[in-house]
Design a protein around this ligand. Structure first.
Ligand SMILES: [Zn+2]
Length: 478
């Protein structure tokens, strides 16, 4: 498989350092609020990488951090009159709920910054000893001038950076304005909210960047195979991570950097918390959108390195695509195979399976893979209509759906409890019909129809299938 490495900007064949095992670090949420849909796009991108690495036969150790200390968390906890731990807990829980709702596979480790202070203190001590960091008025800063490779990832112009340093004379006692904080001196109020730790260079709390360097080292070692994040983290966060890790460890930090593009809202604004207007998963579900459609939209509507625009129309279109995939799957499962196979269909299904895999191997091009499958579904449906689908045709169509669902994970999932509820309502409707209460029987059928479930009378009793949810048009007698 080939991946587009932000470092260097080329698509290269991916091989992990240790054959068969991929060490992957991904920047997780700052749990000061609910994650917005732009964050979720990045988190589901991590899930896509992880899933495809496993499809490609790798074992994966995936680490995703929770930032549970930063300036915003401190501010909010202070205002709420709680400790930082009490303040973040509901948002940490909401993050895991969102991930489960969107069917992201769990990472192997979710380290929290506040639980890894000793590792950060160690790394900062090393940086001070190596003269890559200095203490200024109780704070500790990374000395960018000591790390010549600074800016290589984001193609930053170092000359411009220095010029900027002369212009901005701010309140910090820094040698250069671009030097960034590794450790911030304790303020009196930090103690009360549990945001202050002992360190050889003075009591305080860590800066944001050092946590990823320290925690990735703790769980994955000094050199990572893959480090991923949203493109908004490229500078300065990832640039700073490289500087800290390589200066402290004297080893290459990351072999492949992957960055997912921004999500824009319907008005064309980049979704971000600092801009104020942001949409959460809860907002979308509250507005009636299906989590499976949201998942499909975020991973399959655009390649991860392309910008994506969130809109009701796009989510409705995604829901329709999910419905078509699920309906096709159910149709293939239900089909009693013809006596013999269609050789042409067999060959094209085999070709589509190969092309699908190639699309994913080519820098995770899921949208292209999904497009290939939809084209093939049209042909397969025609074969199903004509009764030309034989036993091995059926088996290979189901394998194609397996291939697709290994990444999408929206086709074979059942909403928990749905089947039981539908069966119960079907029984109620039968009861009503026996009692000649046809109004009630019709009401049950129409309710189900508005939820996207159609009932069909068959010799074996009443069966149900998924359809486009929508208003009931005809109102015939049951
Ligand atoms: Zn990070």
């Amino acid at each position: 498989m080939r991946l587009h490495n932000t470092f260097g900007g080329t698509k290269d064949v991916f091989e992990p350092l240790e054959p068969g095992l991929v060490r992957m670090y991904t920047c997780g949420p700052t749990v000061w609020n609910f994650a917005h849909v732009g964050n979720l796009r990045a988190f589901l991108f991590y899930d896509l990488i992880r899933r495809h690495l496993r499809v490609a036969g790798f074992r994966v150790t995936h680490v995703m951090n929770l930032t549970d200390i930063d300036d915003r968390i401190l501010d909010q906890a202070m205002h709420a009159g709680t400790t930082i731990e009490e303040y973040i807990e509901p948002y940490a829980r909401a993050f895991f709920e969102d991930m489960a709702t969107l069917r992201a596979q769990p990472a192997e480790h979710y380290p929290r910054a506040t639980e890894h202070i000793p590792e950060m203190v160690d790394m900062i001590s090393t940086l001070i000893k190596n003269e890559n960091a200095y203490i200024a008025d109780g704070d500790v800063y990374f000395r960018i001038a000591s790390f010549p490779a600074y800016g290589a990832l984001s193609h930053l112009d170092r000359a411009g950076l220095k010029a900027g340093a002369r212009v901005a004379t701010d309140k910090y006692e820094k040698e250069s304005v671009s030097d960034f904080a590794l450790w911030k001196k304790s303020q009196p109020e930090d103690e009360e909210i549990g945001a202050s730790w002992e360190a050889p260079f003075g009591r305080g709390r860590p800066g944001w960047h050092i946590e990823c360097s320290a925690m990735s080292k703790r769980y994955l070692g000094e050199t990572l195979d893959i480090h991923a994040g949203g493109v908004d983290l490229l500078f300065p966060h990832h640039e700073n991570e490289i500087a800290q890790s390589e200066a402290a460890n004297q080893k290459p930090f990351v072999r492949v950097w992957l960055h997912s593009e921004h999500l824009f809202d319907a008005t064309g604004e980049k979704m971000s918390k600092s801009a104020g207007g942001f949409t959460t998963l809860r907002d979308l579900i509250g507005a009636g959108h299906d989590p499976l459609a949201i998942r499909f939209f975020l991973i399959a509507n655009a390649h991860y390195r392309s910008r994506l625009r969130l809109s009701d129309d796009a989510l409705h279109a995604a829901a329709e695509q999910v419905r078509r995939l699920r309906e096709f799957n159910e149709r293939v499962i239900r089909t009693a195979p013809a006596v013999s196979d269609d050789a042409g269909l067999a060959q094209r299904t085999a070709e589509v399976r190969i092309a699908y895999r190639e699309a994913l191997d080519d820098d995770l091009n899921l949208p292209q893979g999904v497009g290939l499958v939809f084209d093939h579904i049209r042909e397969a449906n025609a074969a199903l209509d004509a009764g030309r689908v034989g036993p091995s045709n059926k088996a290979s169509l189901l394998e194609l759906i397996d291939d697709l669902d290994a990444h999408l994970d929206v086709i074979r999932v059942e909403e928990p409890g749905l089947a039981e509820e539908v069966e119960r309502l079907i029984a109620e409707r039968e009861e009503a019909r026996r009692a000649r209460d046809f109004d009630r029987a019709d009401r049950i059928r129409d309710d189900l129809r508005s939820r996207g479930i159609a009932l069909e009378d068959s010799r074996d009793g009443v069966r149900w299938r998924r359809i486009s949810p929508g208003p009931v048009i005809e109102a015939g007698r049951s």
